[in-house]
Design a protein around this ligand. Structure first.
Ligand code: OSB
Ligand code: MG
Length: 366
C-alpha cells in the first residue's frame, strides 16, 4: 500500500468541565489528528500530548513540530504493508513517543481497513466488550467530589479513580470510602509525593484502595520499589512506563504490581502490545489508561484493551463523560460497566469530518 496523502490537523475540543490533576489543569484540549490516505482508505491516529509539559515533556506544539518537520514528510509516498514498515520514519528521532504514536496508530488502522477486519482483532484482541471505570479530577470541595462520584456510580461506572495531591489525600479518600463503602476506589497522584511523605502514604495504605497510581517521580524506579516493599496496596506505574524496557526494569526491581498501558504514551500499539505480552508472561495485571482522548484515540484504546491481559477496568469512559459532542459516530457509550469493542473495519467508528473541519485551527498536507 502506498500512502498517497498524509494530513495533520489541530482541532480544539472543549471539555465538558476542567480536569485537574496534581501537576495542572486542562480546560480545552488541543488534539492533533493524523490521517493517512491510501487507495481510497482513510485511516486515523491521535496524538495524546497535553497542552503543557506537565505529565510528559511532550506537548501539542512539540508533537506538531516533530511530526511536520521530520516524520510526516517521510511517511508521505512511502509503501507499507503494516505498521512495522513504518520504523524507518522514526530513525534518528530520540524520544517523542506521543508524536510517533499518532502515526503508528494510524498505520494500524490503515492495515486493518485494508484487510477488512477490525483493529481489535488485528492487534490480537479476544473480548467483544471491555470493563471500564472513570477518572475524576481534583475537586474544590469534598461535597463536590461526593456529588460527582455519586453521579458516575449512578451512570454505571464500577471503578472510580480519584486524583490526589498532598493536602487532598487521606482525609478526602477516607470520607469517600465511608460514604460509598461498596465502590472500588483507586488514587492517582501523578508523581506528587516523595519518600519523605511515607507517613502519609502509609495512611493511604490503610484505605483498601485497589491501587495507588504513580505516587513518586516519573523517573524514580528505585524509590517506587522501596515504597512497594513498604506497602500492602499495589502500586501502579503510569508516567514511568514509556517502553517495554521500562516495564522490564519495573518488573525486575519490584517497582509496582500493576501497569497502566497507554498506547499514546509508549509510542503506539506495537510497543503497548509488547508491554502487555511481557506483563502477561510475568503475571503482572495491566489496564488501559486514558489521556482525555477524542473518539479516535478512544477507539484505539478500546481495541488494545480487548487483549487478554487487560483484566482490570480501563480509564476508557463514554464519549459524553468528556465531550458535548464527540468526533466519531457512533459515540462510545457505557453499557452496565463495559464499553463494546467496535467490530467494523479498522477503528470501527466513523470520523465526523464535518466536526473535524469546523473545529480545525491548522492543517498541513503532505
Ligand atoms: O494520569 O492517567 C492520568 C488524564 C490526563 C493526563 C494524565 C492522566 C489522565 C487521566 C484521565 O487520569 C483518564 C481519562 O482519559 O479518562
Ligand atoms: Mg495516571
Amino acid at each position: 500500500m502506498k500512502v498517497d496523502r498524509v494530513t495533520i490537523r489541530e482541532i480544539r475540543m472543549q471539555l465538558r468541565e476542567p480536569f485537574e490533576i496534581s501537576s495542572g489543569v486542562s480546560h480545552d484540549r488541543r488534539v492533533l489528528l493524523v490521517t493517512l490516505q491510501s487507495g481510497g482508505i482513510t485511516a486515523w491516529g491521535e496524538c495524546v500530548a497535553g497542552e503543557t509539559p506537565a505529565y510528559s515533556y511532550e506537548t501539542t506544539d512539540t508533537a506538531w513540530s516533530i511530526l511536520t518537520d521530520l516524520i510526516l514528510p517521510r511517511v508521505s509516498g512511502s509503501v507499507m504493508e503494516s505498521s512495522a514498515d513504518l520504523l524507518h520514519v522514526f530513525e534518528g528521532i530520540r524520544g517523542h513517543p506521543m508524536a510517533k504514536a499518532a502515526v503508528e496508530m494510524a498505520a494500524w488502522d490503515l492495515e486493518a481497513k485494508a484487510r477488512g477486519g477490525s483493529l481489535a482483532s488485528l492487534v490480537g484482541g479476544v473480548r467483544d466488550c471491555v470493563p471500564v471505570g472513570v477518572s475524576i479530577g481534583l475537586q474544590p470541595t469534598d461535597d463536590e467530589l461526593h456529588r460527582k462520584v455519586g453521579d458516575y456510580i449512578e451512570e454505571g461506572y464500577a471503578r472510580v479513580k480519584i486524583k490526589i495531591k498532598p493536602g487532598r489525600d487521606v482525609g478526602m479518600l477516607r470520607g469517600l470510602c465511608d460514604r460509598f463503602p461498596d465502590v472500588a476506589f483507586m488514587a492517582d497522584a501523578n508523581s506528587a509525593y516523595s519518600l519523605e511523605d511515607l507517613p502519609c502514604l502509609r495512611e493511604l495504605d490503610q484505605l483498601n484502595l485497589i491501587m495507588i497510581e504513580q505516587p513518586l517521580a516519573h523517573d524514580d524506579y528505585l524509590d517506587h520499589a522501596r515504597l512497594q516493599g513498604e506497602m500492602e496496596t499495589p502500586i501502579c506505574l503510569d508516567e514511568s512506563i514509556r517502553s517495554v524496557r521500562d516495564a522490564a526494569l519495573a518488573l525486575e526491581l519490584g517497582a509496582c504490581r500493576i501497569i497502566n498501558i497507554k498506547p499514546g504514551r509508549v509510542g503506539g500499539l506495537s510497543e503497548a502490545k509488547a508491554i502487555h505480552d511481557l506483563c502477561v508472561e510475568h503475571d503482572m495485571p495491566v489496564w488501559c489508561g486514558g489521556m482525555l482522548e477524542s473518539g479516535v484515540g478512544r477507539a484505539h484504546n478500546v481495541a488494545l484493551a480487548s487483549l487478554p491481559g487487560f483484566t482490570l477496568p480501563g480509564d476508557i469512559s463514554a464519549s459524553k463523560r468528556y465531550w458535548k459532542e464527540d468526533i466519531v459516530t457512533p459515540e462510545f457509550v457505557l453499557n452496565s460497566g463495559v464499553i463494546d469493542v467496535p467490530s467494523g473495519p479498522g477503528i470501527g467508528v466513523e470520523v465526523r469530518e464535518d466536526l473535524v473541519d469546523a473545529w480545525s485551527v491548522r492543517q498541513v498536507d503532505f
